[in-house]
Design a protein around this ligand. Structure first.
Ligand code: AMP
Ligand code: MG
Length: 407
């Protein structure tokens, strides 16, 4: 058995960022930038008004009230072409270009209009520049504002658009082949299912994770526990960036993954990690295609996906650092000493009266129990041979949901 850290390092070594491709802004959500982006335009491109009101000369309103003549209008998108002189004002709206000659904007709430062609300024404007957004306030042409390796969030996509970029360079999405194995498996939704059957859950959960993490799942379906069928199904991974199998990874006589893949030229990198749940994890390659052999128990399969598949996808996408960042939280109940396997305990998270995050491992930690994993906000990490821990001790946690932390 190797440690989780060593296993993660060896998995990561097998992956490098994929090629870049170009996507339109409206397809870019969640994709990962493959190059730095520089602004092709300044924002705002010229000085504009931050408010609805009147463009004026600050010197003209040093004494209040002040009476000014209105010589034109500058709504957003239509600039006033004349020049403002002493005693004059231009009606202006948010985003309108500040006319030449003006050095401040008085907000309309501080003004009374007299028959449309004169205004009386009653209040406000103590300095030149008031209520004006200078050219380049947000950014200037040539500014490097978004860097390679970041995921494109809504604000980042908005920013790229404002930078006058219509198409963005992003990493190609990893194609992840998913193969479920087991004689007992049937597809969900069938009306009559034998008592000795199990509804196949792993493939659907894994595909959802792959999609969440920015990959493209390729469904290879269910293969029975026969060498010939496993071999044939695994051949479907050709052209994918990696193959993920679930089931058949243990030492039972029906656990055939290694033998079946071996006949397809599988080169084993390692098997078995000092981990709970997920000890029988297999890693190797068929030709150039890395293979992650996950255990069949659903929680084991998904914990291995979080620990090994997620960093692999992150690396393919050029996300750095890869994987989910651990956080430090407070333990919500006593725990016994741990054995030599690193434990990932399904836990709920609440905030105590002081606002500290408290993670309480559920009582049942069986690796078959999806109901517990689906309720969990995170995985409390118990290092190998950790001594008994007390409620209130600090522990490391792998967060699974944003809900527990955001709210
Ligand atoms: P295995 O690793 O093949 O020995 O499977 C371990 C346990 O996980 C068995 O109880 C299997 O029925 C169950 N299992 C395997 N594959 C799946 C799957 N795709 N969905 C749900 N349970 C599974
Ligand atoms: Mg099996």
């Amino acid at each position: 058995m190797i440690t989780v850290e060593e296993a993660q390092a060896r998995v990561l070594q097998a992956f490098a960022p994929l090629a870049a491709e170009s996507v339109a802004l409206d397809r870019a959500s969640g994709r990962v930038l493959a190059a730095d982006l520089t602004a092709r335009r300044s924002q705002p491109p010229v000085a504009v008004s931050a408010m609805d009101g009147y463009a004026i000369r600050a010197a003209d309103v040093a004494m209040l009230p002040a009476r000014l003549s209105v010589i034109g209008a500058a709504p957003a998108g239509r600039k006033f072409t004349g020049t403002l002189g002493a005693g004059q004002a231009v009606r202006i709206f948010t985003g309108g270009s500040v006319p030449s000659g003006a050095d401040a904007v008085v907000i309309q709430e501080n003004v009374v209009s007299e028959d449309g062609s004169f205004i009386r300024v009653l209040d406000g404007v103590s300095r030149p520049g008031a209520n004006i957004r200078l050219a380049g306030l947000d950014f200037t042409v040539g500014d490097r504002l978004l860097t390679a390796g970041r995921r494109l969030t809504a604000p980042a996509i908005g920013l790229a658009a404002a930078m006058n970029l219509a198409d963005l360079p992003v990493r190609r999405q990893p194609r992840v082949a998913i193969l479920s194995t087991g004689d007992e498996l049937v597809m969900p939704g069938e009306s009559s299912i034998g008592e000795d059957r199990i509804v196949a859950a792993n493939g659907f959960a894994l595909a959802a994770y792959v999609r969440d993490w920015g990959g493209e799942p390729v469904d290879l379906g269910i293969a029975r526990d026969s060498i010939a069928e496993l071999k044939a199904a695994a051949a479907g991974a050709a052209g994918c960036d990696l193959l993920v199998t679930s089931g058949g990874a243990s030492v039972g006589e029906h656990d055939l993954i290694q033998r079946a893949l071996g006949e397809s030229g599988f080169a084993l990198e390692f098997w078995k990690v000092a981990l709970r749940p997920g000890k029988p994890f297999i890693f190797g390659k068929i030709g150039a295609v890395p293979v992650l052999g996950l255990p069949g128990n659903p929680v084991s399969a998904l914990v291995c996906a979080l620990l090994f598949l997620r960093p692999a996808i992150d690396r393919l996408l050029g996300l750095d650092p890869p994987g989910i960042a651990e956080m430090s939280v407070t333990l919500g109940r006593d725990l016994p000493a741990n054995d030599q396997r690193q434990d990932y305990m399904r836990a709920s998270i609440k905030r105590d009266a002081r606002g500290t995050f408290v993670a309480t491992p559920f009582e049942h930690q069986d690796s078959s129990m999806l109901s517990v994993l689906a309720r969990a906000d995170g995985l409390v990490i118990r290092p190998p041979n950790a001594p008994a821990a007390r409620k209130g001790d600090p522990v490391h946690l792998l967060p699974l949901t944003e809900r527990a932390f955001g709210a």
